[in-house]
Design a protein around this ligand. Structure first.
Ligand code: HEM
Length: 157
C-alpha cells in the first residue's frame, strides 16, 4: 500500500467519525435534551457528554488534518492552494478544519481552566440555544465540505 492510500484511509475514516459524531449531537442528543424541563440540568448533562466527546474529537481532528496535509505532500499538491478556481474544495476542507480545530482548542482551554459554569435556567437556555445553533451550522458545513471534496476528487464541478 502506498503512502497516499494509507493517508486517504485515515482521512476518510476520520471524516466519517467526525461527521457521524456531530450528526449524533445535532440529530439525536440536542432534541432529546430539550425534553428535560429544567434548563440548568439540561446544560449540566450537555457538558457531561460534550467534554468527553470533544476530547475524542481532538484526536480525530488531528488525524484528519495530518492525513490531509500528508496527502497534499505526497501528491505534490501544495500549489493547489494557489489555484482557487480549480481547487476551491481544498480551501473549503482546510477552512472547515481550521474552524473546527479553533473551537476544539477553545473548549480545551476552558476545560483546563476548569470553567464549569453554574447557570440559572435563563442563562442555561440561552447557552444551549447558542450551542445547538453552532453545532447545526458546523454539521451543515461538514456535510457540504465532504460532498464538495468527494465531487472535487471523483467528479468535475
Ligand atoms: C487540513 C485540512 C484538510 C486537508 C489539507 C485535506 C486535504 C485533502 C486531500 C489532499 C485530499 C485528496 C485529494 C485528491 O485525491 O486529489 C482530500 C480528500 C478528501 N477530504 Fe480532505 N482535507 C482536509 C480536511 C477535510 C475535512 C474537514 C473534510 C470533511 C469534513 C474532508 C473531506 C475529504 C473527503 C471526503 C475527501 C475525498 C476522499 C476520497 O474519496 O478520495 N477533508 N483531502
Amino acid at each position: 500500500m502506498d503512502e497516499v492510500t494509507l493517508a486517504r484511509i485515515i482521512h476518510v475514516l476520520g471524516v466519517i467519525i467526525w461527521g457521524g459524531g456531530i450528526g449524533f449531537l445535532v440529530i439525536i442528543l440536542m432534541p432529546r435534551l430539550r425534553s428535560n424541563p429544567t434548563p440548568s440540568l439540561q446544560f449540566q448533562f450537555f457538558l457531561s457528554v460534550a467534554r468527553p466527546f470533544a476530547a475524542w474529537m481532538r484526536y480525530v481532528s488531528l488525524a484528519v488534518g495530518l492525513s490531509g496535509f500528508a496527502m497534499l505532500h505526497f501528491l505534490s499538491g501544495w500549489d493547489r492552494y494557489l489555484d482557487f478556481t480549480t481547487y476551491w474544495w481544498v480551501h473549503l476542507m482546510t477552512a472547515t478544519w481550521l474552524v473546527y480545530s479553533a473551537l476544539l482548542l477553545r473548549q480545551f482551554i476552558n476545560t483546563r481552566r476548569k470553567c464549569t459554569p453554574q447557570l440559572d435556567d435563563a442563562a442555561a437556555t440561552f447557552r444551549l440555544h447558542k450551542v445547538s445553533r453552532m453545532q447545526r451550522n458546523l454539521f451543515i458545513l461538514t456535510v457540504i465540505t465532504a460532498a464538495s471534496a468527494l465531487y472535487g476528487v471523483h467528479g468535475s464541478w
